[in-house]
Design a protein around this ligand. Structure first.
Ligand code: ZN
Length: 74
């Protein structure tokens, strides 16, 4: 089951939820303020290079060979 990251628009709380691909789409509820005003966050795997004028602060952020496969699985 994929994990989706959400950000609460009310309290700016960042949380992740386990949602089915089919169930994906519905808004998630904030575990902090129980608000439904959340938005899905797209996690980037690698930083996009060759480009200037990005909102995100520049700086080495790409994780190199740090993937950890979940043990067990289920
Ligand atoms: Zn919230």
């Amino acid at each position: 089951m994929p994990i989706y990251e959400y950000i609460c628009n009310t309290c700016s709380e960042k949380f992740s939820l386990l949602q089915s691909i089919s169930a994906a789409g519905d808004g998630a509820q904030c575990p902090k303020c129980a608000s439904k005003k959340t938005r899905k966050v797209v996690s980037a795997f690698c930083c996009s290079s060759s480009g200037s004028g990005s909102d995100f602060g520049s700086g080495g952020g790409c994780s190199s060979s740090g993937h950890s496969h979940g043990a067990g699985g289920g």
